[in-house]
Design a protein around this ligand. Structure first.
Ligand code: NAD
Ligand code: IPM
Ligand code: MN
Length: 361
């Protein structure tokens, strides 16, 4: 049987609470589908590794992690211990760049059993995917400060868009749209105000659209797109955007679909030169960390995306189905973000049981 080598990085805060539930569900899926998970855990977080070493990762992290089949990541961020830009540029953002995970795939679905905060929207009404550029754009380290401490103090940070970088994520998004029933793609820009990089993105997207005549492609400025997500989320299928715009849309989308606690993501290196990384969209949630009440579904669903990437699509589909069945049929295991009062462990265990049940039947 297949044996997959998985590097697990729980990280900080609720990352350490939801990752065990993700693993519990992955193990249930593995037992049912005849493959094995060989898990190695790494303590690359702020409260442990950073405190001992003054950095988030060992210098040879690329060798340490590069040989795994995938990375299963929780969240990083302990702003009380280390500034966020230091911890995130020291870990997650390094992985995305160093392992060339240039696609960040973030599905948004309104699941059965989950209530949208939007009026008149029920299960099935919201079903789209945010495809976020994940290695360049607004997340650049080009820039700096001059005249510090004077009244001429000036701060600059450049946005970087390369033809390769823009085209490859657009191509991925168009391929994805072409494979979905609705074959609809929207790209998000802000070309009226950001007058150099954003018109460039429009130009590349229009050129790519010409190569996919079966895909209905259109574009929106990011500002009105956020409004339309709230007013007409049912209109979207594949939404592709730059690094920052994709980041914003991928918190807004899940909030429209009930809670960011269920949102998954896949940081993909489509060339498969390096491991891809699977993590929930949410962060370490310091406001609820340590209380055992975080929703583990984002982590579990990210695990399903990992199984799909590893070549276990049946197991992946079964995990997603189990999530939806449990949310729909067992309101008593809903966590507080879903309006319930159950613990992380209770919801995780219910989903793992449902996976085992579905496998047996
Ligand atoms: P956050 O996602 O951690 O939390 C935002 C809000 O959503 C909080 O009220 C939190 O309690 C709630 N929430 C998040 N996940 C939840 C879950 N699974 N169940 C229930 N409620 C949940 O975002 P933030 O507050 O902007 O950031 C907190 C820390 O996390 C910061 O250090 C930030 O840099 C970091 N962060 C890390 C990642 C990552 O590692 N991928 C992502 C986002 C933020
Ligand atoms: C995300 C997070 C990260 C990002 C932060 C923590 C750097 O918000 O994965 O969405 O902006 O990419
Ligand atoms: Mn984000």
């Amino acid at each position: 049987s297949h044996r997959y080598r998985i590097a697990v990085v729980p990280g900080d805060g609720i990352g350490r609470e939801v990752v065990p539930e993700g693993l519990r569900c992955l193990r249930a899926a593995a037992r049912g589908h005849g493959f094995e998970l060989d898990v190695t855990e790494f303590d690359f977080g702020s409260a442990d590794y950073w405190v001992r070493h003054g950095e988030m990762l060992p210098p040879d992290w690329r060798e340490v992690l590069g040989g795994f089949d995938a990375i299963f990541f929780g969240a990083v961020g302990r702003p009380d211990v280390v500034p966020d830009h230091v911890s995130l540029w020291g870990s997650l953002l390094q992985f995305r760049r160093g392992f060339d995970q240039y696609v960040n795939l973030r599905p948004v679905r309104l699941l059965r059993g989950v209530r949208s905060p939007l009026r008149d929207h029920g299960p099935g009404d919201i079903d789209f995917v945010v495809v976020r550029e994940n290695t360049e754009g607004e997340y650049s380290s080009i820039g700096g400060r001059i005249f510090e401490g004077t009244d001429r103090e000036t701060v600059v940070q450049e946005t970087v868009m390369t033809r390769t970088g823009v085209d490859r994520v657009l191509r991925y998004a168009f391929e994805l749209a072409a494979a979905r029933p609705r074959k609809h793609l929207t790209w998000a820009t802000k070309s009226n105000g950001i007058s150099i990089t954003m018109p460039y993105w429009d130009e590349r997207a229009a050129a790519m659209a010409g190569r996919y005549p079966d895909v209905a492609a259109d574009s929106d400025h990011i500002d009105i797109l956020t409004a339309k997500f709230v007013l007409r989320p049912q209109d979207y299928d594949v939404v592709v955007a730059s690094n920052l715009f994709g980041d914003i849309l991928s918190d807004l989308g899940p909030a429209c679909a009930g809670t960011i606690g269920i949102a998954p993501s896949a940081n993909i290196n489509p060339d498969r030169t390096w491991p891809s990384l699977f993590e929930p969209v949410h962060g370490s949630a310091p406001d609820i960390a340590g209380r055992g009440i975080a929703n583990p579904v984002g982590q579990i669903w990210s695990g399903a995306m990992m199984l799909d990437h590893l070549g276990e699509p049946d197991a992946a589909a079964q995990v997603v189905a189990a999530i939806e069945t449990v949310l729909d049929e067992q309101p008593e295991v809903h966590t507080p973000d879903l309006g319930g009062s159950a613990t992380t462990e209770k919801l995780g265990a219910a989903i793992a049981d449902e996976i085992a049940r579905a496998v047996a039947s």
